[in-house]
Design a protein around this ligand. Structure first.
Ligand code: G3P
Ligand code: MG
Length: 251
């Protein structure tokens, strides 16, 4: 079966620059770029009042000086938080960025995005739709089309909403470890062009099965060069990594 076009690099930085800088900030993305990375995965969710922003967790507790649920805060409240000091004092004052701001940086600097839709619980559909619509608006200009992000999510519901809002955007279905037995059906159900698996769950047979069914294969979060080489030798299309300082960027 023919495989869909896959303009995404073989290596993608995880959350900007893995653990080397505060995750999901512009500073982290710039840090990844300083190691030559031209693609990054980011986690995107909605503030209580509907702004798309970068944050992995449902709460601000781990990655900022704020406390409480992201969904219970307005964008104005979130914008005032320090999302850098938790990591190190070099990054004190680093703000939580909006998805819009990050996309603008990436467009200006030729950085591809793998936008993980990371909805707060209960907000799957609205987050999926919002990410898709904003992505479409940001990358609709023909000169930016080559940088159109890959949308991914663990949430089937969010991916269906993204598909319904902007069917032309590429989607990948993320799965936890262990890989569920119905992974192929769930990829097909959301019109995904790729399986995005925990790298430890992949085998040559799974990669072959995905490719035989017209799906590309991405995986997270592989931080060892030898493991990444093995995955590429099986035909894995993209490896998401924290180790931007150890695994050289591969277009
Ligand atoms: O998108 C790949 C990876 O980021 C998924 O896991 O928890 O790091 O968002 P997590
Ligand atoms: Mg993620």
């Amino acid at each position: 079966m023919n495989l869909p076009a896959w303009p995404y690099p073989k290596t993608i930085a995880h959350r900007g620059a893995g653990k080397l800088a505060p995750e999901n900030t512009l500073a982290a993305i710039r840090h990844g770029v300083s190691f030559g990375y031209r693609a990054t995965e980011i986690d995107v969710k909605l503030s209580g009042d509907g702004t798309l922003l970068l944050m992995h967790d449902d709460t601000t507790n781990r990655c900022s000086d704020g406390r409480g649920r992201v969904a219970a805060k307005t964008w104005h409240q979130l914008a005032l938080l320090d999302a850098g000091s938790w990591h190190s004092k070099d990054y004190a004052g680093e703000p939580i960025p909006t998805y819009w701001r990050v996309a603008k940086y990436c467009i200006a600097n030729g950085v591809m995005l793998n936008t993980e839709i990371k909805p707060c619980i209960g907000r799957e559909r609205e987050t999926g739709a919002a990410v898709a619509l904003e992505t479409q608006a940001l990358f609709s200009a023909p000169e930016h089309a080559h940088l159109k992000p890959l949308l991914s999510s663990f949430s089937t519901e969010a991916l269906i909403a993204a598909r319904d809002a902007a069917p032309e955007l590429d989607r990948a279905h993320l799965f936890e470890n262990p890989l569920p037995t119905d992974w192929l059906a769930r990829c097909k159900a959301v019109g995904a062009i790729a399986l995005d698996a925990n790298w430890r769950t992949l085998t040559p047979d799974i990669v072959n099965e995905a490719h035989a069914n017209g799906l590309r294969v991405a995986c997270y979060t592989c931080n060892d060069q030898a493991d990444a080489e093995r995955l590429w030798s099986w035909g894995v299309d993209s490896v998401i990594t924290d180790a931007v300082d150890k695994i050289a960027f591969r277009p």
